[in-house]
Design a protein around this ligand. Structure first.
Ligand code: ADP
Ligand code: 5GP
Length: 210
């Protein structure tokens, strides 16, 4: 039986470490990772087509107009969106795909893909979040302030997620996320077609024996 891949949404406060966790999930466990489009400027070291598809606002609007994104949202001062084709192709090929996206996008995905698993990654407290976000050194103080303000708003949305994972020790977090995904994939309601096929298999077996 052809089995479609699992869509996995990973969200979390800016600075919680989700980018770090997701990169390791890809290299250690072989998940497919969707590369988003954004109007944000590249950070030092970020590569177009690897970290993001960096777009002008006009190019981004064009992607929306041509239905090229499965979801998009404004986050702080920029637009971010998930290109449609990669996700659809990977799922159809049976591969599990991770979307590392913020909470508004996750809500849209939940509606479009009711089977998607929604995971939220957080630090154990706000002080650790502030430390990591400032320590990354990629945003100005003003941008850090805006992202923390946004994190406070996002905290109200955790209730809409299936799982929450604390990123304290990095390796524990990576392995916990992987285990949660494996566990989620074993849920009975996610395997209805397989169970039906198995039951039919037993019926055939009984018939051939009678
Ligand atoms: P996000 O993608 O959620 O914005 P990053 O992956 O960029 O966050 O991580 C923010 C900062 O925290 C980075 O400097 C990263 O190296 C660091 N970091 C990530 N996970 C941990 C961890 N478990 N312990 C300590 N530092 C971490
Ligand atoms: P950053 O600027 O730190 O790379 O990302 C800012 C926020 O945008 C993060 O919460 C990140 O998960 C989110 N994000 C990245 N790509 C997408 C996307 O394609 N769609 C949505 N909705 N959010 C995204």
């Amino acid at each position: 039986m052809e089995k479609k891949g699992q869509l996995i949404v990973i969200s979390g406060f800016s600075g919680a470490g989700k980018g770090t966790v997701v990169k390791e999930l890809v290299s250690k466990y072989g998940y497919s990772l969707s590369i988003s489009a954004t109007t944000r400027a590249p950070r030092p070291g970020e590569v177009d087509g690897k970290d993001y598809y960096f777009k002008t606002e006009a190019e981004f609007r064009n992607l929306i107009d041509y239905n090229g994104l499965i979801e998009w949202a404004q986050y702080v001062d920029n637009f971010y969106g998930t290109p449609r084709k990669f996700v659809e192709d990977e799922l159809a090929a049976g591969r599990d795909v991770i979307l590392e996206i913020e909470v508004q996008g996750a809500t849209i995905i939940r509606k479009q893909y009711p089977d998607a698993m929604l995971l939220f990654i957080t630090t154990k407290d706000v002080a650790t979040l502030r430390e990591r976000l400032s320590g990354r050194g990629s945003e100005t103080e003003e941008q850090v302030r805006k992202r923390l303000q946004r994190a406070a708003e996002e905290s109200a949305m955790i209730d809409t997620y299936d799982y929450i994972i604390i990123n304290d020790d990095l390796n524990t977090c990576i392995d916990t996320v992987h285990s949660v995904i494996l566990g989620g994939k074993c849920k009975r309601e996610r395997n209805v077609e397989f169970i039906k096929a198995l039951q039919a298999d037993f019926s055939d077996e009984e018939e051939s024996n009678s």
